[in-house]
Design a protein around this ligand. Structure first.
Ligand SMILES: *Cc1c(COP(=O)(O)O)cnc(C)c1O
Length: 446
């Protein structure tokens, strides 16, 4: 008699490679054009535009509360930069000259919380605060949102609680923004969350609850405690539409940045974007926004650690959140703390399955090596999770016939832009970064 797992492995032989913790690259045969995939997302272009307008309304308040956002007039956005020195180094490492040009999206340097979570996490708290202030009659949509710092608004927020479960960076974003508005906020942190992130939150007056277990347990406990408290708003990383919309705003903004850099995206100049994936909301929301902005000329690729391939597993089997990496005997232990998630968001997997081109896994050692090489050749220091996308261009370029099956012509690749989404790292303390770099060095010197 075969067990359910053995049956599943017969249907999906790739699971054997996943269980063996070997790196895999999987091109998604379910990819469709945007027009076909869009109705399945369940969220609309109009909702993303609405999120963008909401962030614009908050800009004056953000400038006051976080002076580092002044340079962009209160819009939390990051730069893009080319990586001309790293690209040939990686050509040599992977034994293939990349067609097209390598770029980096520096969400690692987003203001307020230094990671991609400064998009969705902050947006969700702002949307909640706006709704509370509007229904209390303390704010109108056309008012100057600096009004949110007034004593009556702060008194309103002080009576409200916010809770979230996190591996670290979502907690940082939600904690810092909530505390600055005046909310009573609690962050439920999984065992893998870094000590410095907990300390930084406590310094901001955030309640931090620590767990010995992984992300799934921290979220479940946070959800349970919030459920018994009518004044507590639980931010649900696995199912939140608002988080997703906050991330999606990145698409139209990137389009403007590309226009300013004269980067063309069309059939002869495809755009490939490599996104590190944890539970899926960040990369899923960004990918949706990118599809809205660039249509079928953008190809989104998700990257996960070999020890936490939850989204690949969920989308590949079609089981989404009904299966976890632990079900395959995988331990969900990785140095990429933002990616240490055993069970993917079912909402994101189902919404985005048709709009994602490929998925791959890489080892922690590879992330560390890439961290070291980026620092050495481009003087940029990121956290390990943020490097997950860096080998993606070479992974997918190695399989031209798979690209052709997705309608991407080999002749178009010379004009390609490969954008690696760097999801975090600028707030890592120096001592911690020195440790990462030492780890990288030991892997790079044979
Ligand atoms: C959270 C996070 C991700 C992935 O985002 P998800 O929404 O969990 O998929 C990637 N990189 C870093 C640094 C993160 O903190």
């Amino acid at each position: 008699m075969l067990t359910d797992l053995e049956h599943l492995k017969q249907d999906f032989p790739l699971l054997n490679t996943l269980s063996a913790l070997q790196p895999v690259t999987w091109f998604n045969p379910g990819t469709t054009p945007l027009a076909e995939g869009y109705p399945h997302v369940g969220l609309t272009r109009e909702q993303v535009a609405d999120a963008s307008a909401r962030l614009q309304r908050f800009a004056p308040w953000l400038v006051e509360a976080f002076p580092e956002t002044r340079a962009r007039q209160g819009i939390i956005e990051s730069d893009i930069c080319a990586l001309p020195r790293l690209q040939p180094v990686l050509d040599a490492r992977y034994g293939q000259v990349l067609a097209g040009k390598l770029w980096l999206k520096k969400d690692s340097h987003l203001p307020v919380s230094g990671s991609i979570k400064a998009r969705g996490g902050i947006y969700e708290v702002l949307a909640h605060a706006e709704q509370l202030a509007l229904s209390a009659g303390l704010l109108t949509l056309d008012e100057d949102y600096r009004r949110l710092a007034s004593p009556d608004c702060r008194a309103l927020f002080r009576q409200q609680r916010i809770a979230v479960g996190s591996t670290g960076n979502l907690g940082l974003s939600i904690g810092i923004i909530s505390a600055s508005l005046g909310f009573d906020v609690t962050v439920h942190m999984s065992a893998d969350a870094r000590a410095w992130k907990k300390q930084k939150l406590r310094d901001h007056g955030v309640n931090v609850v620590e767990y010995q277990q992984d992300y799934g347990v921290a979220v479940a406990e946070g959800r349970r405690q919030a459920a018994s408290d009518p004044h507590c708003f639980f931010i649900d990383d696995e199912n939140s539409h608002n988080l997703f919309l906050g991330y999606a705003v990145a698409g139209e903004r990137l389009k403007q940045q590309f226009a300013a850099e004269n980067i063309t995206v069309d059939a002869d100049h495809p755009l490939f974007v490599y996104l590190p994936c944890g539970v899926g909301g960040g990369p899923g929301g960004v990918a949706f926004g990118l599809k809205l902005a660039f249509g079928d000329h953008v190809h989104c690729v998700f990257a996960e650690p070999t020890h936490s391939p939850c989204m690949l597993l969920g989308v590949h089997t079609g089981l989404h959140d009904a299966i976890s990496v632990q079900d395959l005997g995988i331990d969900n232990r990785t140095a990429a703390d933002g990616l240490a998630v055993g069970r993917a968001s079912g909402f994101v997997g189902r919404a985005m399955a048709r709009l994602l081109s490929a998925f791959y896994t890489l080892s922690d050692e590879e992330m560390y090596a890439l961290l070291g090489l980026l620092q050495q050749h481009e003087s940029l220091a990121l956290e390990p999770s943020a490097l997950a996308g860096m080998c993606g261009p070479w992974r997918i370029s190695a399989e031209p016939q798979r690209l052709a099956e997705q309608g991407i012509r080999a002749s178009s690749l010379a004009g390609a832009t490969h954008l690696v989404w760097a999801t975090g790292g600028s707030m890592v303390p120096e001592r911690e970064m020195a440790h990462y770099l030492a780890q990288a060095q030991s892997l790079l010197t044979p």
